[in-house]
Design a protein around this ligand. Structure first.
Ligand code: C5P
Length: 331
């Protein structure tokens, strides 16, 4: 009897925050040197793949409907680019003959790597569906071509970024206990190039030169000495924070408000506008997130470090049965 080559698989990957973002000189290519410390969070993006079928790509999840609706569902999406890259890598052409169902928990456009996590989860899920290797080491080179944050979503944990902050290597984090976080999201966006440009401008206003060479910290060495949440709070910093606050002054209020509510340390993550607050315990994080939500704010409690890509069980871990193929078709 002829075997039917139907496949289905599911994988998840984590979002991230930057615990440290240290900015160096502006280069001739318009990018700044940067050293960054990444933390993967237990806010996971899950991608289910079923095929062969007419192409479909749909997004659902624990996010405001307008955020989900803002995600492109055509072949420009990083999910499809990831599928195409894997297909080329293994000598297949049928990557569009699949239905991709993405279940999101990472906020959209918050600088938390949600799109990169979608790409990483797609690589792992489709590799599992096709019966090719899905270990992060087997997918890392493909992931790097899709975007700077995609390899980190494969590995998860804690990582050190050098170069433009995007040459990433995993760091051992056994000494770090689980850490508890509250993320405070903004409805107003902040553009990454605008924040970097304001950073440069502020240096000029202070008599400095954005192109002048500056020493950047060895974050791997600093992180090796972090043993507690308080140590981590003392290490956290972001050179872009002042520029982000200058462009969006409410961020300063949010940082101060977090600290009044009892967080150990609150900070703009990356170029913002998400504010990440480290808390002493799960109880404190929950209390603060509940308080902010009660006040009508968009706040999420989560933990880290989180694992990288995980192959999920499609049968038992379906968050909400049944709507594969929503937004059906390549539009
Ligand atoms: O990496 P991405 O394309 O998101 O960067 C967007 C913009 O942010 C760049 O065009 C550049 O203006 C700025 N940037 C920078 N230095 C970095 C990363 C981004 O100046 N290390």
């Amino acid at each position: 009897m002829k075997e039917m080559k139907f496949h289905k698989a599911s994988a998840s990957a984590p979002g991230k925050i930057n615990l440290v973002f240290a900015v160096g000189a502006l280069g001739d290519d318009g990018y700044h040197e940067a050293h960054s410390l990444y933390l993967a969070l237990n806010l996971r993006e899950r991608v289910d793949v079923v095929g062969p079928a007419d192409f479909g790509l749909s997004f659902r999840g624990d996010l405001p409907a307008r955020h989900l609706a803002s995600i492109p569902t055509n072949t420009d999406n990083l999910v499809v680019k990831a599928a195409k890259a894997l297909a080329e890598h293994v000598g297949r052409t049928d990557y569009l003959d699949n239905i991709f169902g993405v279940y999101k928990t990472v906020p959209v456009a918050g600088g938390m790597g949600g799109g990169s996590a979608d790409a990483a989860a797609t690589l792992a899920a489709l590799a599992a569906a096709w019966g090719v290797g899905h270990h992060p080491d087997q997918l890392a080179a493909l992931a790097a071509k899709l975007g700077a944050d995609v390899p980190f979503a494969l590995y998860g944990g804690v990582a050190n970024g050098v170069g433009r902050g995007d040459q990433i290597s995993p760091l051992p984090a056994h000494q770090l206990p689980d850490t508890h976080w509250v993320l405070w999201l903004s409805d107003q966006g902040l553009s990454t190039p605008a924040v970097f440009a304001r950073f440069d401008q502020m240096q000029i206003e202070a008599g400095g030169d954005p192109r002048a060479a500056r020493d950047l910290p060895d974050l791997a060495a600093e992180f090796a000495a972090v043993n507690t949440a308080s140590d981590l709070a003392a290490m956290m910093r972001n050179d872009l924070q002042a520029a982000a606050i200058d462009l969006l002054p409410e961020l300063k209020y949010k940082i101060e408000h977090f600290e009044k509510l009892g967080a150990l340390k609150a900070m703009v993550s990356g170029s913002g506008p998400t504010i990440a607050a480290l808390c002493q315990s799960a109880e404190v994080a929950k209390r603060i997130a509940d308080q902010l939500s009660h006040d009508g704010e968009h706040a999420i409690a989560t933990t880290g470090p989180a694992e990288g890509t995980i192959i999920e069980d499609l049968e038992t871990n379906e968050p909400d049965e049944g709507d594969f193929g929503l937004n059906h078709g390549a539009n």
